[in-house]
Design a binder for this molecule. Sequence first.
Ligand code: NAP
Length: 245
Amino acid sequence: MENFENNVVLITGGGTGIGKATASAFIAKGAKVVITGRRQSVLEETTQELGAQAHFVAGDVSKKGEPARIIEETIRKFGRLDVLVNNAGTGNMGPLSEISDEEIEGIYRTNVFAPLALIREATPHLANSKGAIINISSVAARGIMPGVVAYASSKAAVDHATRLLAAELGLIGIRVNAVAPGLTDTDITTDVKSNEEMLGMIIAQTPMGRLGEPKDIANAVLLLSDSRAGWITGQSVQAGGGFLL
Ligand SMILES: NC(=O)c1ccc[n+]([C@@H]2O[C@H](COP(=O)([O-])OP(=O)(O)OC[C@H]3O[C@@H](n4cnc5c(N)ncnc54)[C@H](OP(=O)(O)O)[C@@H]3O)[C@@H](O)[C@H]2O)c1
């Protein structure tokens, strides 16, 4: 895979799971990486693990003004931005009848509003670098699964925004793609993983026959960020071992 030396990559939610594995994969290819999240202690620990090429900015991306501050701090620290990975995400399982207005709003603020605001604020910098945006979607955006309506519909919005923004930003040289993970072994999937029946069913429906690892998703993010993917834009690529073909 391409060398990302001299590239600066911003990964929201980079302190844990898929974001952390993505930060580690970019650093291994020479990039400088900024990770964000709400928990300062988690970010401190991960940054220490990732080493000198990593920097963190603590903040809640769902709060107005925070996306702008995160982009500003990234530019202040490293002077440029080449890849924006909109990875921070949240979601509750449960039927709509059990989800409050506040929960729906929280899911949409984090999963939809924040990526749009981050992309808007990052656009001048990504235009300068002819950079790339990778939005982390989900196979749930396309599947018809019970009990995930707020989360799955927010990720469907991410997929469609990916297409719309590819059209809008292609004119200034920015590519916009999404990676849609299948079930992956991270904190967000603790509930599913502890439900043996559900876990068994999902693995049985996965042609590759296992749960995804964060590095599986990180590899897909790097593939789409690579300049050799320079003619690929507006796509949502599933990385789920063939779940939901
Ligand atoms: N794991 C899967 O099976 C799977 C499948 C499909 C899609 N995805 C997507 O993959 C992405 C990464 O999730 P993951 O699986 O790696 O789980 P994770 O380890 O729980 O990662 C989520 C990250 O987002 C951060 N975050 C959440 N809300 C935030 C907010 N308001 N502001 C700033 N940061 C916030 C969290 O940090 P703080 O809590 O410290 O803020 C955390 O680091 C998410 O978008 C998720 O929807 C995951």
